[in-house]
Design a protein around this ligand. Structure first.
Ligand code: AMP
Length: 221
């Protein structure tokens, strides 16, 4: 699943993976977990993330390779936030070829930059369970407290204005080229992600079912 920061990739990816019964692999979540756990990987990733920069390709690719070797990917998997550069896409193609598992579809979520900035700057997340909120559109019932688990709701370090600008710049410079890459491979499904999460989910699942018939029964059920 491709798309600029703030487009709703995480929300959609999580729901698609759960309804289609496949593994959700979010490289951003994996890095955030490594940062929280204080591992070597986390220490390296943190500097890049806080600045809104991309983590170097070889680190990300190694992490994804290890992740794809786990059992829960057997029924299928959804990659969220990866690949983000042409080099990552090429590494992924080599990896999937080795595994004998080609990409079925590439969903590209799209929205105007103004909408992305509004969504990112108002976004808040629960530090304990990861539930997401928005200061205007979806505030927690009690300020700063997660409705789901009572954890602390705060702003992601990279959702601050300077990092947001840098992430959008990185996206335009390095990730936007992937849409052309996957369009050439006839894998691309461009989806208008300016609607409600429900509307976007409808469009994404329709595209996936049309592409591959993946998990039709789960969705219909
Ligand atoms: P995300 O939650 O997908 O927006 O990712 C948060 C941050 O993690 C990004 O701004 C990058 O610093 C890092 N990151 C996540 N995925 C990748 C990737 N595929 N390549 C490089 N950096 C990544």
């Amino acid at each position: 699943m491709l798309g600029p920061p703030g487009v709703g990739k995480g929300t959609q990816a999580e729901r698609i993976a759960s309804e289609f019964g496949i593994a959700h692999i979010s490289t951003g979540d994996m890095f955030r977990e490594a940062v929280a756990a204080g591992t070597e990987l986390g220490k390296t990733a943190r500097e890049y993330m806080a600045a809104g920069a991309l983590v170097p390709d070889e680190i990300v690719v190694g992490m994804v390779e290890e992740r794809l070797g786990r059992d829960d990917t057997r029924k299928g998997f959804l990659l969220d936030g990866f690949p983000r550069t042409i080099a990552q896409a090429e590494a992924l193609e080599r990896l999937l070829q080795t595994l004998g598992r080609p990409v079925t579809a590439v969903v590209d979520l799209r929205a105007d930059e103004e909408l992305l900035i509004t969504r990112l700057s108002g976004r808040r997340v629960c530090a304990s369970c990861g539930a997401t909120y928005h200061v205007q559109n979806k505030p927690p019932k009690q300020d700063g407290v997660c409705d789901v688990c009572g954890g602390e709701v705060r702003q992601r370090e990279d959702d601050r204005p300077e990092a947001i600008r840098e992430r959008l710049r990185e996206y335009a410079a390095k990730t936007a080229a992937l849409t052309e890459h996957y369009s050439r491979l006839e894998l691309l499904e461009s989806i208008d992600a300016s609607g409600t999460p429900e509307e976007v989910f409808g469009l994404v699942s329709e595209a996936l079912i049309r592409r591959a018939g993946v998990g039709t029964h789960q969705v219909a059920g």
